[in-house]
Design a binder for this molecule. Structure first.
Ligand code: CAO
Length: 453
C-alpha cells in the first residue's frame, strides 16, 4: 500500500515552509519517526519524521521548494508490501547471483541487503549538537571548488540551518559554491568545502590553505642529488613560517643605533661578568631596550584575537630568543625581562641557549613569548627581514655592529653602529608606529642611561 507523507500543521501562522534538506532517497527504507526531511521558516528549522514504515517510493519535493501544511512530501510503500516483494524477488534470483552476493558480503549493494540491516544503516541519525568536521577518506579525490562566483552585493543563498551549520564549522559561505537551485548552498556544499580545506591543510609544507601543491620534480635528471629527511624541528619551523607569512601581512622597518658608548660600558663590565661565570654580550641590553619600547608601544606586545575583532595586550614581557641549533631554529623564552637585571639576563641567556642547543630545554620554556628577538649579530650581515613569530605581532632582527664614519659637528667620527630591523604584522601595527618603535629602541641603545628612566 502506498502512503503519502504530508507536511503536518507546524503551528499558528506558519502557512509555508522551505525544504532545506532531504535525508532519504527513493528506495531507502524508513521506520516511523525516522527524520526524512528538514524544513525551515524564517526563524526556525524543523525535522519532519516518517509517519509510516516502508520503502520511499517517490520524493515529491526538492531542496528550496516552498510547501504548505498538507502538501505531499513523498510516498512510502508500506513495510509489509515491500518485504513480500523483496522475498519474491530473492526467490527469483539466479543461483550464480546469490553465490556472488554471499562471497562479497561487504560489497553487497543496498538493494541486496536484508531489510533489517538496510534499515539500520539508512536510519537517519538524530541531528548532532555540533557536527564533526568531515575528514577526507584516504585516496578519495577532493572536489575542487571554485570560490563562489560574485553576485554583486547579494549574500550567498543559503537557509538559516545551513548558515548555522557553516558557522559552527567556521566556513565562510562567501567562499562556498552552491549546487542547489539558483546556486543555493546546500549542506553537502559546505561539507565539500570543509573537506577541501582540511585536505589542503593536511597536505603539508607544499600545500597550505590556498597554496597550490608544489609539483614533484625529478632533479636527478640534471645531475647527482641526495635526499635528506627533515627533522621535526625543521618541519614545524617550516609550517609555522609559512602560516605566519600567509596570515600576517609583513612590513619590515630598518633602523640603526650608535652603540659606541654601550660597547665601551659592556667591555668595562665584561670582567665582572666573567667573575660571575657569565658572558656579557650586547643582547641583554637590547632585550632591556625592547621591553622599554614594548611598554611605550603596548600594541607591539599583543596578539590579535582569532576573530580579528580585538587586540589582546599582554601585561607581561616574555621575550622569545631565536637560537641557532644543529637541529634547526628554536625559540626559548626568557620570562619577565622587565624584572631582571642585565647581568641576570646575561646569565639566563647563556644557560637557556646552551640547554637549547643541547636539547635540554623543556617544552614549557619554549612557550609564552609576547615578542621575539632574532640576533644574527654574532655571525654577520647588515639587515635582514625576520618573520613574525605569530600569534605575536612583531619581531626584532639584530645584525652585526660595525665601525662607521658618522658625520657629526662638521666632521666624520668613527662610531659603532648596530643595524637592526623590526618586522611587524601590518594588521596591528601601522608604518608610523613601526618607525616610532624602532627609533625608540635606537634612542635607548644609543644612550643606555635612558633605560634607567
Ligand atoms: N654586533 C657585533 N657583535 C655581536 C653582536 C652584534 N649585534 N651580537 C653578538 N656579537 C658578538 C658577541 O658580543 C660575541 O662576541 P665576544 O665573543 O667577543 O664577546 C659574539 O658575537 C658571539 O655572540 P653570541 O652569539 O655567542 O651571543 P649573543 O648573546 O649575541 O647571542 C644567541 C645569543 C643565542 C641569540 C645566538 O648565539 C644565536 O643563536 N643566534 C642565532 C639566532 C638565529 O639563528 N636567528 C635567525 C632566526 S631566523 O629569523
Amino acid at each position: 500500500m502506498i502512503e503519502e507523507l504530508k507536511l503536518p500543521e507546524l503551528g499558528e501562522g506558519i502557512d509555508s515552509v522551505e525544504i532545506s534538506e532531504i535525508r532519504v532517497k527513493a528506495g531507502d527504507t524508513v521506520n516511523v519517526d525516522d527524520v526524512v526531511l528538514v524544513v525551515e521558516t524564517e526563524k526556525a528549522t524543523m525535522e519532519i519524521p516518517a509517519t509510516s514504515a516502508g520503502t520511499v517510493k517517490d520524493i515529491k519535493v526538492k531542496v528550496g521548494d516552498a510547501v504548505g501544511p498538507g502538501g505531499v512530501l513523498m510516498t512510502v510503500e508500506a513495510a509489509g508490501d515491500s518485504a513480500s516483494k523483496s522475498e519474491s524477488s530473492q526467490e527469483e534470483q539466479s543461483p550464480a547471483k546469490s553465490a556472488s552476493s554471499d562471497e562479497t558480503a561487504d560489497e553487497t549493494s543496498a538493494d541486496e541487503k536484508p531489510a533489517s540491516e538496510e534499515a539500520s544503516s539508512k536510519k537517519p541519525q538524530p541531528k548532532p549538537e555540533r557536527p564533526a568536521v568531515p575528514q577526507p577518506e584516504k585516496g578519495e579525490p577532493t572536489p575542487e571548488l571554485e570560490p563562489r562566483k560574485s553576485t554583486g552585493n547579494a549574500p550567498p543563498l543559503a537557509s538559516p540551518a545551513i548558515r548555522k551549520f557553516a558557522r559552527e564549522l567556521g566556513a565562510d559561505l562567501e567562499r562556498v559554491s552552491g549546487t542547489g537551485p539558483k546556486n543555493r548552498i546546500l549542506k553537502s556544499d559546505v561539507e565539500a568545502y570543509i573537506k577541501q580545506q582540511v585536505t589542503r591543510a593536511q597536505s603539508g609544507a607544499g600545500g597550505g590553505v590556498g597554496i597550490p601543491q608544489a609539483p614533484e620534480i625529478d632533479f636527478s635528471q640534471w645531475g647527482e642529488i641526495e635526499t635528506i629527511g627533515l627533522n621535526k624541528i625543521r618541519r614545524l619551523t617550516g609550517q609555522n613560517m609559512q602560516q605566519s607569512w600567509q596570515v600576517a601581512p609583513h612590513v619590515t622597518q630598518f633602523e640603526e643605533a650608535d652603540i659606541t658608548a654601550l660597547e665601551a660600558f659592556r667591555k668595562s663590565e665584561k670582567a665582572a661578568a666573567e667573575a660571575r661565570g657569565t658572558k656579557l654580550t650586547i643582547l641583554p641590553f637590547i632585550m632591556k631596550a625592547v621591553v622599554a619600547a614594548l611598554k611605550a608601544f603596548p600594541d607591539a606586545n599583543a596578539s590579535l584575537d582569532p576573530s580579528g575583532e580585538s587586540l589582546i595586550r599582554k601585561k607581561y614581557y616574555h621575550l622569545g630568543i631565536a637560537v641557532d641549533t644543529e637541529q634547526g631554529l628554536m625559540v626559548p623564552v626568557v620570562r619577565d625581562v622587565d624584572k631582571k637585571s642585565i647581568m641576570e639576563l646575561a646569565e639566563e641567556l647563556a644557560d637557556l641557549s646552551e640547554r637549547t642547543r643541547e636539547r635540554k630545554v623543556t617544552p614549557a620554556e619554549l612557550k609564552g613569548a609576547s615578542f621575539t628577538i632574532s640576533s644574527l649579530g654574532g655571525i654577520g650581515g647588515t639587515y635582514f627581514t625576520p618573520i613574525v613569530n605569530t600569534p605575536e605581532v612583531a619581531i626584532l632582527g639584530v645584525s652585526r655592529a660595525a665601525m662607521k664614519p658618522i658625520w657629526r659637528d662638521g666632521e666624520f667620527v668613527p662610531r659603532l653602529i648596530l643595524p637592526f630591523s623590526l618586522s611587524y604584522d601590518h594588521r596591528v601595527i601601522d608604518g608610523a608606529a613601526g618607525a616610532r618603535f624602532t627609533k625608540f629602541v635606537s634612542d635607548m641603545l644609543s644612550d643606555i642611561r635612558r633605560l634607567l628612566l
